[in-house]
Design a protein. Structure first.
Length: 731
């Protein structure tokens, strides 16, 4: 291949100023050197015509940023046409013209031939003329797939197709995924958001070892919900309870993140991909208007209540009479019409509405006849008759058998009618609520996509037996501990369940939710993201990876720290307040965990790694404080003797720590969300701890001074009290 040299004048000046005499051409089995002791040895090359806002251009800029931070050298980015006259010889890209080339001035744009650049190694992003001549391609990759291949003096990054013909969904991230893969091969990681969580090893001599990596993500849509912040009712309520204005929180959050990271945490972990998604849809009636549109003409379509009415109480989370044939026909015909109007629709939701403060499930004889008499017992609320004539309707709890059979009957009936016209259409449904248990007799229509909500795998076996073949796993597993902010690790559970569902046909994930407790639950978030990309990773591999890359010489102690947390979590550290008699974070356990963090910190001399250890220690210290307050509250509620002076000091300490965490350790614990979710620390009510203001409000004014607050070095409650000027022992 011979191409004229098309570099612009502005770029030419830059290149001429940095040219060096090239070294010898590298053999195919040696590393491809990108930078060496402050000198650039490579260029990043993107296909000619690449748009600046494309994923390929973003990936090129990301690589340039990380390469510079690793080596101190900025690699220039060019389009392929700017390379000038180059050709492939023996698997190497050679600059200049082959000996037998005959080329005239008329073949080169401009008035005179431009000089040939020196020999440089190349990082090629995406398919181009050079990758074709080198015989490099993305064959065999699916949507979102990646290939990283070294050959001669080239590192090639290629991506799979955006979509597969005839299939719903797409994933255009292949080139991006390849860039992240290359950076991870070089030791980069992203443990938690912000600069402290970003791992970028220093490599003055930056070289890519020989590699040929090809991967296509098994999970086509990799989703983890990202917790709400300012503007969401829950979060804003928490801020109000803490007496903190949104601007103050926003500034604290920005400080915690540091300089704007070049990539979001979710992007780094390659979450994304697209498949048809669905939400609660009133059993398929919501798109046509739901209760408001139909209750006057067709009250019989809605769930019969215990008081004999079909009145939904004005609740927009209405329930349906799943046995009504006219309703089934209406929903099916409405779907057929919608797909006729928009043939791009690949999936529609038949999912019932979630929750609802008023409405109960249908109690008519026809719906009850669909339920299996041997189904597991469930309980739900319904409207009962008023307690007195003319009084208000009463909400009544009913015992009933599982509602799954009626749900499957309803879903199947609609699916059969619609697929007679649109045979490839998929239908979204859920294994959830009072229909979480698998059906006993009715098999699922093959076009149903089951959104499986339980965090455990035991019920899924039954769904599989009854025909479930497409699964969207949407558990609440990441919400463990969202009411108290204590340390938890359940990487083993995550790894085991991800592998199970991957074997069971999992198409996508929708894990609920990263609440930003990075100092106490961050490893769980990290594990969840990595398992979305590779569901067959082992728990041991994930913990080892997190510790080795993030904590260097302290990795072994950090691994033992998390293994101990894992064991404590499995034993039941997330027990309820009412069952607080079996304390897990005892003084002995806390001392053991502190010793491991101390061991890790003493093993390293890197300030960034030390900051990471202190980040974890801050989470451990909050766990100790929360555990102590829980213990005191339990004793007080059981009329056991407690030291009221110490208790008040710890309650005050808690209020100060909350403010300090929010302002200066913003990523360790999501304090506004904790204040909301715990109902302003309701479990501490027996010790008057349901507060965010200390007994002396003036103490809050000192939070944030240079000598007042947590440093991440505290070795327990005594040091925490001392950090806030408390003095004296905590026990």
């Amino acid at each position: 291949m011979i191409r004229p040299y098309l570099i612009s004048c502005s770029v030419m000046g830059l290149l001429f100023s940095s040219w060096t005499i090239p070294g010898p051409v590298q053999a195919a089995d040696t590393p491809v050197v990108l930078a060496d002791q402050g000198r650039a040895e490579a260029w990043i090359v993107i296909p000619t015509g690449t748009r600046p806002d494309s994923r390929t251009a973003e990936a090129a800029r990301l690589l340039a940023h990380f390469f510079e931070r690793m080596s101190g050298v900025r690699l220039d980015i060019f389009q392929e046409a700017q390379l000038g006259a180059v050709y492939v010889d023996g698997g190497m890209v050679v600059h200049g013209l082959p000996d037998d080339a005959i080329i005239g001035f008329e073949d080169i744009p401009g008035e005179a031939p431009l000089p040939t650049p020196p020999q440089m190694n190349l990082v090629l992003l995406g398919p181009c003329d050079l990758t074709a001549e080198l015989g490099l391609n993305a064959e065999g990759l699916g949507p979102g797939g990646l290939r990283v291949r070294t050959t001669g003096n080239v590192v090639a990054l290629l991506g799979g197709p955006d979509r597969v013909d005839g299939e719903a969904g797409r994933d255009d991230g292949g080139i991006w995924h390849a860039a992240i893969e290359l950076l991870e091969q070089l030791g980069c990681r992203y443990l938690w958001p912000g600069e402290t969580g970003l791992v970028i090893p220093r490599k003055p001599s930056l070289a890519i070892p020989p590699m040929d990596i090809a991967k296509t993500p098994l999970i086509r849509r990799r989703g983890i919900r990202w917790g709400e912040d300012i503007g969401h009712e829950r979060f804003d309520t928490g801020l109000q309870r803490l007496h903190v204005d949104p601007d103050t929180w926003q500034a604290a959050h920005a400080r915690a993140l540091g300089d704007a990271p070049p990539v979001a945490w979710t992007q780094w972990h390659r979450l994304g991909g697209e498949l048809p998604d669905f939400r609660h849809a009133g059993g398929g009636l919501s798109p046509s208007g739901g209760w408001e549109a139909h209750h006057e003409r067709h009250p019989e379509w809605f769930a019969l209540q215990a008081d004999g009415t079909r009145d939904q109480g004005g609740d927009d989370r209405f329930r349906l009479c799943k046995s009504n044939p006219e309703l089934i026909a209406f929903v099916a015909n409405d779907i057929i019409a919608r797909v006729h109007a928009d043939p791009s629709i690949r999936l529609v939701s038949l999912d019932p509405n979630d929750g609802g403060s008023n409405t109960g499930f249908c109690l008519c004889d026809a719906c009850a006849a669909l339920d299996h008499p041997d189904g597991p017992e469930v309980q739900f609320l319904t409207f009962g008759p008023p307690a007195t004539p003319g009084g208000r309707r009463q909400r009544t709890n009913l015992d009933h058998v599982s509602l799954t059979e009626r749900m499957v009957a309803y879903w199947n009936a609609i699916a059969e009618k619609v697929t007679a016209v649109h045979p490839d259409l998929l239908f979204g449904v859920s294994a959830y609520s009072r229909y979480i248990n698998p059906p006993i007799e009715r098999r699922l229509h093959p076009n149903l996509v089951v959104r499986y909500v339980p965090p455990t795998t035991d019920l899924w076996e039954g769904w599989l037996r009854m025909g479930a073949r497409r699964v969207l796993w949407r558990p609440n597993i990441l919400l463990q501990g969202w009411h108290d902010g204590k340390l938890r690790s359940y990487v083993g559970d995550l790894a085991e369940r991800m592998a199970f569902f991957a074997d069971s046909g999992m198409m996508q994930t929708d894990l609920n939710t990263i609440r930003h407790w990075w100092g106490v639950h961050g490893l769980n978030y990290y594990a969840a993201a990595r398992l979305c990309w590779d569901p067959y990773l082992s728990a041991e591999a994930i913990i080892e990876d997190y510790a080795r890359h993030g904590f260097g010489a302290g990795a072994e102690a950090i691994q033992r720290f998390f293994h101990r947390i894992e064991a404590l979590t499995a034993e039941g550290v997330h027990r309820s307040f009412e069952d607080l008699t079996d304390r897990r974070y005892t003084a002995e356990v806390l001392a053991e965990l502190r010793a491991l963090l101390n061991e890790a910190e003493e093993a390293v001399d890197d300030d960034v790694v030390i900051a990471r250890v202190r980040f974890l220690r801050t989470g451990l210290n909050y766990t100790e404080l929360a555990e102590e307050l829980s213990e005191l509250a339990w004793r007080a509620s059981n009329r056991e003797a407690i030291d009221h002076n110490l208790t008040q000091r710890l309650v005050d300490l808690h209020t100060l720590v909350l403010q300090d965490l929010l302002l200066h350790h913003n990523l360790v614990i999501n304090v506004p969300y904790l204040a909301w979710r715990s109902a302003t620390f309701a479990q501490y009510a027996p010790i008057r701890g349901r507060t965010t203001v200390p007994s002396d409000p003036a103490l809050l004014e000192r939070v944030g001074s240079s000598t007042y607050g947590l440093r991440g070095t505290e070795q327990g409650l005594d040091d925490m009290l001392q950090a806030f000027g408390g003095g004296g022992p905590a026990s």
